[in-house]
Design a protein around this ligand. Sequence first.
Ligand code: ADP
Ligand code: MG
Length: 873
Amino acid sequence: MPPSGSKTTPMMKQYFSIKERYPDTILFYRMGDFYEMFFEDAVVASKALEITLTSRNKNDNSPVPMCGVPYRAANGYIGKLIKGGFKVAVCDQVEDPALAKGLVKREVVRVITPGMVLEDTFLDESNNNFVLGVTRTKDQFALACLDISTGTFRVTESGNDRAVMEEALRISPSEVILPGTNQPDPFFDDIKAMFGETAITFLDERDFSYARSRQVLTEHFNTLTLEGFGCEHLKAAVSAAGGLMAYVRETQKQKLGHIDTIETYFLDSFLWLDDMSCRNLELLRNLRSDSRQGTLLSVLDKTLTPMGGRLIRQWLRYPLLNRQDIEARLDAVQEVSGDHTRRTDLRENLKSVYDLERLASKIGMGHCSARDFLALKQSLGQLPTILERLSLLSSPLFKGLDNITVLTDLADFIDAAIREDAPPTIHEGGMIKPGFNDQLDNLIRISRDGKGWLVQLEADEKTKTGISSLKVRYNKVFGYYIEVSKAQSKSVPAHYVRKQTLVNAERYITDELKNFENEIMGAEEKRASMERDIFNEIRSAIVERIPEIQRVAKFLARIDCLLSFAETAVMGGYCRPAINSDGRLYIEEGRHPVVEKMITGERFVPNSIHMDQEENQVIVITGPNMAGKSTVLRQVALLILMAQAGCPVPAAKADIPLTDRIFTRIGALDNLSAGQSTFMVEMEETANILNNATPNSLVILDEIGRGTSTFDGLSIAWAVAEYLHDLDGKGVKTLFATHYHELTELSKRKSRVKNFNIAVKEWNDEIIFLRKLVAGGTNRSYGIQVARLAGIPESVIKRSKLILYRIENEDHLAPNFSEGETKPEKGKGAAVQIELFQSPEKAILDKLKSLDVTRMTPLEALNVLDEICKQSQ
Ligand code: ADP
Ligand code: MG
């Protein structure tokens, strides 16, 4: 706002009246060739953009802070501000300054926010850019998400607020729109907290009202009801979508014709994998650097088109629950896996297909150039061949475009109209091919012929006047003129009008020359504007076909993903999983798809695992650190996810139970990179699992209880495992990796618990990791051996052996050592055993009781005795 006392010019008044309506944006105010920013905007933007902050009315008492960017380079600066989380309102001159009486009229023509971006340079090609609208009714929670750069618009609602919050995280929006209410609401508070780093905008609550929303949407789609989109009666969902649409209209100032449908979906149609688990399993981003490297996506994504890249992400993030749908994908992948040539040929075609979704949006919203038309043409040009190659395949997923034209006519139309060498802007002409428009061709002829005419004129005048130095020239000040050297200037005819005298020459104009000039100059200008008109006509013609283009885009995205799965499967030696509904999980020789690619030096050791609802429901996996426990756990989860996404899996054989939810809890120490290694978070997540797991879920608990004292941790781990085993009287399939080998005791008490361990071999006080999952528990931690492998100095290793020995033998946890002492009295190194549930004496007694000496051979008896001796040491 203007500092009090400052003189307010008419221009500044205009500025304030516009700025007032866009308080939370940085206002780009067009002045000539620049966009200027003032006051607080200028201070903030100059810092963010690293440009100079100056001031207007420098000599005034209260100068106005100001900075500016050149109009032609504005995009780059806007992009930088958007990336920094700002919103930018672009205010242009909406009348020709030359014709304006007084102050030029200015208006905001577009508001660019992180979620309202169309320009390729601001967008990540392989990612959707969603803006999210969230609202609620009394008992329903809803969200809608829209990517204006692709036209994707989806909506859902649920009575489960947690599920909707998880869905909001899954969508991972770059901007969030909420109804601005004054009443405290825990749901909205949680959403706000969840998106603390994301741009949030509050709209008038009324924009989210059902009645208004329904009207906004039916108006937009030009329908009577929302029946056709499946959301007519989902009040909360309609409200979320309507609120979002209101926001889009307000910022874009135009109808978004390319958004021609809204997809209603339900959360329980997809496998539920919460955001934390998605990170733990490193599906899309790795835990270390948040990048794509080392993720499941990076291994599976061999797509060749941008829309395929976005779809495969969605397939991985939304694994299916419907068996037929899964089998349909697997069928298609299998069919094309078996046909190397066809696959390679099709993939070759896809390489020439551009981002059809984003092209359609850019063309639909008028942010396009002739080059976008060429990209569209080239992409559509691939279609006939692609469809022909697909026609011999039988899977239904390869069909679906048969009923619409392959848009060849549109490609031909663009081909006839647009020059291959069209420039990247639409202002200077050079876009339209000769022969496309007679009038344009005429204009072009005039300006081209004009050049010849000038040459002729020069020759003619030379002969007529006999002046050998006569030349016809052009400059910006006079336009065309005739130049004659001083020496010969006396011979010029009377009708030459002298315009300028130079040292050595005189310059003249003639009527003939000026008439010509008017014609030719007009032609150049008319040509540019006529090309722009023709360009817009072509654009309108393409806009009519956008729904078809989008269908083609969706179809090609699907083909691209199926081919990508096939390619990965063939190259990686994957197998087609069987899918069952009886809770049986059987993986034979399974591998971790990412680890098998990442390890160097070592060969990946495949592992088999069997789980069911009857005997092998809770699997407790023990083994020293670094043995491979976490790897096996994640491997099982990933294979289920892949199978339900319709992708073959890295195994010799796999039978996968339809799984509704996968929960993972990765111990605090393993998850430091997430920056939340508190015990509280661990327990909250465990609570979430216990409250939401169903008998058809898979639970992965990796080292739970690590974040607290040993005894607490062990007790919690034990109780959690029991709870999962008993859940709903049926139990949940659970994989439990732990370094508390005491947990192996659980199998004696609970019928469906089984112990496994990852085998290691001891060799000269060192261990060799065998990486094989084998039945049975272990009772050793090998912590010190692992420490040695990690390069801990030998003196520390020796010293810790001694401490360990003392703790074990003196039975208290703070042994009193003389410093520097490193030699244990006896050469033993067993791990710390916390005998919480059984004393060693009792174990030996139990063992003795169980023996039937009459049936033992002497050798067997000796072996048992040996075992007991070891145990008692
Ligand atoms: P743990 O959870 O038991 O501490 P991890 O699962 O984290 O062990 O595995 C440690 C490392 O061992 C992995 O990073 C990987 O390099 C290697 N590894 C794990 N499983 C295998 C396997 N089956 N074959 C080969 N290497 C493996
Ligand atoms: Mg681990």
